[in-house]
Design a protein around this ligand. Sequence first.
Ligand code: ZN
Length: 160
Amino acid sequence: MQITKNAVAAIEYELTDDAGEVIDSSKGSAPLSYLHGTGNLIPGLEAELEGKASGDAFKVRIAPEDAYGERHDEMIQDVPRTQFPDGAPLEPGMQFQAEGPGGAHIVTVVGVEGDNVKLDGNHPLAGVPLNFDVKVVEVREATSEELEHGHVHGAGGHEH
Ligand code: ZN
């Protein structure tokens, strides 16, 4: 069968930046299983996978607007150190989840200056074109329970 809305697809993939550095890869672990058409993958990759079948392979370069969005300088903010737990280690490069109006997102510490912590609320891959090398290894119908939960169960998916 082909990948359409509410199909479950398993893919092997390698993600590199324009310099050829590997950002992420399914190598060495199980293929990534996802529920198609529900926004579980970045929009540009879901669009490429639409209509593909088991055994299909492709390479695609996805622009930031179809991936994690452009970078926004206004999302870099200074926050008083007092807003963090006493003694919390804060070093450039540290990442943590923050709750915002749009849901949870990743925040990166870019610097600590005196009593101020500079935080970058941009997604780490914002502004980065993504090069995917993808192979579809399985396509199946989603179970009714998976559709209800909005994610895949079993190997490569949620275990619960
Ligand atoms: Zn579930």
